[in-house]
Write a protein that binds this ligand. Structure first.
Ligand SMILES: *[C@@H]1O[C@H](CO)[C@@H](O)[C@H](O)[C@H]1NC(C)=O
Length: 249
């Protein structure tokens, strides 16, 4: 079929959008919870009018325009809010947040973008999780989702000692965190549910692989992070209800 030039010009933007629309591919996961202010919580990362919400030492939301020094630094008082802990939507779907590195992309593009992960290995194989990118990481490889879960290990940085009086290397191992659900029982109240999630919905999975594709964020996620990307290669209007309760079996 030959289309008139005018038609081609008219449909070209839609064609390009379809091609460029979504980051997708296969990748790996790890886990962390370092209590630090996530990178996308600084102003003007990504294209959201508001940076990712952070909290003070007592887990109270800051309204600082993203300008408070990170709790990872001396004297800093911006920490990751416990409300950015993962939760189960139903038996096969969870919502949460992650530090991200997408091959061939950059922080400006992924800050506050959402990705639907389909786990492809381990006990959660076949389950899905939608994560919003709130962070990046110098130690992340390509197509890497470092899923935020309390007790997942502090990694390079540790603000959990400042915020919650955690041990010097965080709870459990510095990389990987606690090693059993029983450890979650001694967690600060605000972090218990997120720690338990790892052993309930996530079935104690140990860094499962994923297939991923970019999606518009669920409103239930952006409602908690306050970070909403403006239209870019996809329509970023948040989808679904603003509140999605935690599913319990
Ligand atoms: C889980 O929730 C999602 C989103 O509402 C829905 O598409 C899916 O069918 C649900 N799965 C089950 C097993 O209920």
């Amino acid at each position: 079929m030959r289309l008139p030039l005018g038609t081609l010009v008219a449909i070209l933007p839609f064609y390009l959008e379809a091609v460029l629309a979504q980051a997708q591919g296969s990748g790996k996961t790890t886990r962390y919870w370092d209590c630090c202010k996530p990178s996308c919580a600084w102003p003007r990362k990504g294209n959201s009018p508001q940076p990712v919400l952070t909290c003070d030492k007592n887990d109270r939301p800051l309204s600082d325009g993203g300008n408070t020094k990170s709790g990872c630094e001396n004297g800093g008082n911006a920490f990751m809010c416990s409300s950015q802990s993962p939760w189960a939507v139903n038996d096969t779907l969870a919502y949460g947040w992650a530090a991200v590195n997408i091959a061939g992309s950059n922080e400006a593009t992924w800050c506050c973008a959402c990705y639907e992960l389909t786990f492809t290995s381990g006990p959660v194989s076949g389950k899905k999780m939608v994560v919003q990118a709130t962070n990046t990481g110098g130690d992340l490889g390509n197509n890497h989702f470092d899923i935020a879960m309390p007790g997942g290990g502090v990694g390079i940085f540790n603000a959990c000692t400042n915020q919650y009086g955690a041990p010097p290397n965080g709870w459990g191992e510095r990389y990987g965190g606690v090693t059993s659900k029983s450890a979650c029982a001694n967690f600060p109240a605000a972090l218990k549910a997120g720690c338990n999630w790892r052993y309930d919905w996530f079935q104690g999975a140990d860094n499962p692989n994923v297939n991923f594709r970019q999606v518009a964020c669920p409103a239930a996620i952006t409602e908690k992070s306050k970070c909403v990307r403006q239209r870019d290669s996809i329509d970023q209007t948040p989808t679904g209800p603003k509140e999605v309760p935690t599913w319990t079996p």
